[in-house]
Unconditional design. Sequence first.
Length: 364
Amino acid sequence: MNEPLHSPLHDRHAALGAKFSEFGGWLMPLQYSGVVAEHKAVRSSVGVFDVSHLGKMRVSGPGAAEFVNTCLTNDLRRIGPGQAQYTMLCTPDGGVVDDMIAYLFSSDEVFVIPNAANTTTVVEIVAAAAPAGITVTNEHRDHAVIAVQGTKSDEVLSALGLPVGQDYMAYATASFDGTPLTVCRTGYTGERGYELVVPVAASGGVWDAVLAAGEPFGILPCGLGARDTLRTEMGYPLHGHELSPEISPVMASVVWAVGWDKPAFIGAEALRAQREAKSGPLLRGLKAVGRAIPRPGMEVVAGDAGVGTVTSGTFSPTLGAGIALALLDRSVKLGDQVAVEVRGRAEPFEVVKPPFVTPGVREP
């Protein structure tokens, strides 16, 4: 078995007392001061995450954007240079190879950030489909990604002289200490925030500067544990849980990230058939009526019948209750009460539509 890869910021995390966990083939910080404290810092002020394990792929050459648009689900024609877009790469039968963010630099260049464990597969599929003149490059180890998330993220980046205030899913190029970087109004927390794509060699200096600039606001370094509770409160899918080769965008209720009017993309025919058939399970939210904490893989029942499976489940620090995302039969409606088998007991849950908390991600 291969040893997990280390972030270029690994030594800094160790010095901060991080507890580490393997994720997507990388050894990444799970928590520092504690998941709940880190979660609440992001919801109330600001936190910083190292998400350098995320993949990086560059597609370049004449007509690169048009080519990428024939591969990925969303429609790049909806955005222009300086904007980014949530999208997916599907299998021909409609399953999800991976979900990702695509940065449109120009008609001849697209930069894509897939998930860590799927980067090699994504690059291979896109490269195999690329026509002559289009170059597909795996830049996974060339860049670090630092996410500054929370209501005070603008103040932190402004103190560093970095651009803020761009529209949600828009990015700006900038420099810090002479090093070029990209500042994108994106994140995985549901709060106002930014993700910085930084050359590896400069990542330590940027990380240190963010922590120093955030000190007046009580910034906390945050691990993947808090990132998971934050994204679950928002109902954001995680590949391998809410999306997979067996779970399509239609089932996962992310049809808004599909360009239905595009002439073609990988999996288009299968997804159109699924949408038309209106069969198969759908992703819903579950909120505990009592004190139970749901976990992935737990069965959801209505009466005596199994009606689905929990895909993600956790304790919500914001709500003080158990929450879950679950694939449920279409017979289950919003507002219904179901039960989740937690440690041998049928615990009551209400079926709700995520997000579980009010998002601040689009605030002007």
